[in-house]
Write a protein that binds this ligand. Structure first.
Ligand code: TK8
Length: 339
């Protein structure tokens, strides 16, 4: 059962007329309520993007649809919130593609290490037919994928040693997202990976249950991982998209016009979020160093050794993901690079 915990303290951006949080997607005033939850905190561009979505939807529907926003895992971790969308007890969440692979295996294609060489190539591929076609597959799982947002290039932090070479991964207990390809890729690099929900990560780092983790600089800084991590390396080993997910039963209950409004709002807010996210990921490495983290640059030669080490994992997972999806995305990457 899913119980919506009333989160006092004003963290949720809006409450029902009587001060209570709506406990259903229809409130007594007859307007529809979107309960939108994310795992990152209110400082993160992901939340700023969600507030933009709220602003657009409430304006465009003249308040016929209200958006309640919850951050920092108040409604649960990514998998729990995605399951709540399937159950219809929550309406929106915006996880990375990695945990989505537990619902639609093809989404693991985005976890292929070193798939995207740049943000520009990622933008082109995600706007292309293969990536857009993957969003369609979500509907078979009672989910509607309205848009791709951006988590970004993932970088390694740890509290044991500077990581400059592939040998430095040896034996490091690295938390990964709950995604088998990520797990096997870190084993191939020599690490000792553990899958874990993001909501448990800070405590696990603080207690030393794991030595390290990997996320974009904006997350490392804004979630204050510098307080519990000493070393950061620009591994840039995966580019993670976010997917703006909506409960299919909620979406199907909207009018055609309202469906168009939420779809275009997710896309427009996504453009805003990606802009803020890029700015954040470009500037926060400096802040991490100012907070005392030791930065290690991975040379092209060492990165090539990492690429070579994970190739067998990519071959191994090709059938799980679906050869058509892997080949389609790889082709789209090559075409985007050639443009
Ligand atoms: C936040 C997560 C996070 C992701 C992870 O809910 O799990 O490390 O990168 O952004 O989705």
């Amino acid at each position: 059962a899913f119980v919506l915990v009333a989160c006092g303290g004003g963290d949720s951006e809006s409450e029902g007329q009587n001060g209570e949080n709506e406990s259903a997607s229809e409130s007594e005033g007859g307007e529809k309520v979107i309960r939108a939850g994310i795992g990152l905190n209110s400082e993160h561009p992901q939340y700023k993007g969600l507030l933009k979505f709220k602003e657009i939807v409430e304006k465009e529907t003249d308040g016929a649809i209200k958006v309640e926003t919850y951050h920092s895992g108040q409604l649960g971790d990514d998998r729990t919130m995605t399951e709540a969308l399937q159950l219809g007890t929550q309406e929106v969440t915006i996880p990375s593609t990695a945990p989505i692979a537990n619902f639609v295996p093809e989404f693991s294609v985005f976890d292929i290490p070193f798939l995207f060489p740049s943000e520009e190539v990622a933008d082109k591929v995600l706007a292309g037919d293969v990536a857009q076609g993957l969003l369609k597959k979500l509907e078979e799982k009672d989910l509607v994928g309205l848009a791709y947002w951006e988590n970004g290039f993932r970088d390694l932090t740890n509290s044991v040693r500077p990581v400059k070479t592939i040998e430095d991964f040896e034996g490091l207990k690295i938390r990964t997202m709950e995604n088998d390809l990520h797990l096997e890729a870190f084993k191939a690099l020599g690490a000792n990976p553990t899958p874990m929900a993001f909501t448990e990560l800070f405590t696990a780092l603080q207690q030393g249950t794991v030595d390290g983790q990997e996320n974009p600089y904006a997350t490392i800084y804004l979630e204050k991982f510098y307080e519990v991590q000493d070393y950061v390396s620009n591994t840039h080993h995966v580019y993670s998209p976010f997917v703006f997910l909506m409960s299919k039963q909620f979406y199907d209950g909207l009018s055609k016009e309202q469906q168009e409004i939420v779809r275009s709002a997710a896309k427009e807010a996504g453009k805003h979020q990606i802009k803020l996210n890029r700015e954040a990921n470009a500037k926060y490495l400096k802040n991490l160093q100012e907070e005392g983290m030791e930065y290690s640059e991975i040379s092209d030669e060492e990165r090539q050794k990492m690429v070579d080490a994970v190739q067998p994992v990519i071959e191994e997972f090709k059938s799980d993901i679906g050869a058509e999806t892997v080949d389609g995305i790889m082709k789209a990457v090559e075409e985007a690079k050639a443009e």
